[in-house]
Design a protein around this ligand. Structure first.
Ligand code: A3P
Length: 318
């Protein structure tokens, strides 16, 4: 179904990343995406043939672009603002990540988890367009796509790799791997471009992390209207408060503290910064203090991809 090729271990490998395993690039001849050999063997076809329902809600992003934040907002908007339900069940259970079983070492049947969700189902994925279920394009469930500028997303991914996958290499090597498309779910540009082209489809809402940061209420209202829901101004203010960075950081239902503890105790990767939290900085421009001028210049060049100019897309950096 796809052409597959083992990813060079020059960048990320078992020596500098104990959580690494067997990256494989899948390609349909035009598009490409890095996943794992387990994805190729057990997930690719099953996800392509996954049954889609018209009342599904999919949140699709490249990693570290505000997925968790958007998921919590969407789930609450679509569940009558049930804060108690949201608090009592982990977001990862309410709103599972369909391909996670293929990219983490501990066994999980994430496809069946999604299959068996009570409808309307809420499903998260970082897969690019060409790997999504075929029925997505015929059944047309609602899809919310969120883009974030790659400099901040890459810094966020660097910390994620360090603390959750155990990366011990340098930042320079990591950013080079990011730009060369050698990390899980890479490359970012192609992922964003394919959804940008679909932004006017009635079942697709294309959002930016930076807009959510600048005016959360406005973006929540867009999501509310897109989902066909209606809430009072007061209810929306409460939702803004509940999904503020400050609140999400201390909310155990969304902040993955249990997952981070498991990674520490089971895999023993996380040793560098005991204070690492999934809700890390939550800012626009966090790359300023984390990237050298040379690294920024490489990202600027990457972000000025000619394909973007052809379709009128630009990342937001403010
Ligand atoms: P940083 O590492 O830059 O802080 P994802 O959920 O796609 O993995 O994205 C994680 C990024 O979104 C992290 O970025 C995290 O802090 C940020 N984030 C999560 N919740 C947020 C919120 N309520 N407000 C702002 N940023 C948030």
């Amino acid at each position: 179904m796809f052409h597959t090729e083992k990813v060079s271990e020059n960048y990320i490998n078992k020596d500098n990343c104990p959580g690494y395993y067997n990256y494989v690039e899948l390609s349909d001849g035009v598009n490409r995406c890095v996943l794992t050999d387990k994805y190729v063997d057990h997930y690719a076809e099953e996800i392509k043939n996954f049954e889609v329902f018209d009342d599904d809600i999919w949140v699709i992003t490249f990693p570290k672009c505000g997925t968790t934040w958007t998921q919590e907002i969407v789930w609450l908007l679509n569940n009558n603002l049930d804060y108690e339900g949201a608090y009592n069940t982990l977001l990862d259970v309410r709103f599972p990540f369909i391909e996670i079983g293929a990219i983490v070492k501990d066994p999980r049947d994430s496809i069946n988890h999604c299959k068996n969700l009570q409808r309307p189902r809420h499903i998260k994925t970082h897969l690019p367009k060409f790997l999504l279920p075929n029925q997505i394009w015929t059944v047309k469930p609602k899809i919310i796509y969120v883009a974030r500028n790659p400099k901040d997303a890459a810094v966020s991914y660097f910390h994620h790799y360090r603390h959750i996958i155990g990366y011990t290499g340098t930042k320079d090597e990591f950013f080079d791997a990011y730009l060369a498309g050698k990390l899980l779910h890479s490359p970012i540009n192609e992922n964003v471009l394919e959804f940008w082209k679909l932004r006017d489809e009635p079942n697709i809402l294309f959002l930016y992390y930076e807009d959510m940061k600048r005016n959360l209420k406005e973006e929540i209202l867009k999501m509310m209207n897109f989902l066909g829901k209606s809430y009072t101004d007061e209810q929306i203010d409460k939702l803004c408060d509940h999904t503020s960075f400050k609140s999400m950081k201390i909310n155990p239902s969304v902040n993955r503290e249990q997952r981070i503890k498991t990674v520490k105790t089971v895999h023993n990767y996380v040793s560098k910064d005991e204070n690492f939290t999934f809700m890390r900085e939550g800012k626009i421009g966090s790359h300023h203090k984390e990237m050298t001028e040379e690294q920024k210049a490489k990202f600027d060049k990457y972000m000025a991809w000619s394909e973007f100019a052809n379709v009128g897309f630009e990342y937001k950096t403010k």
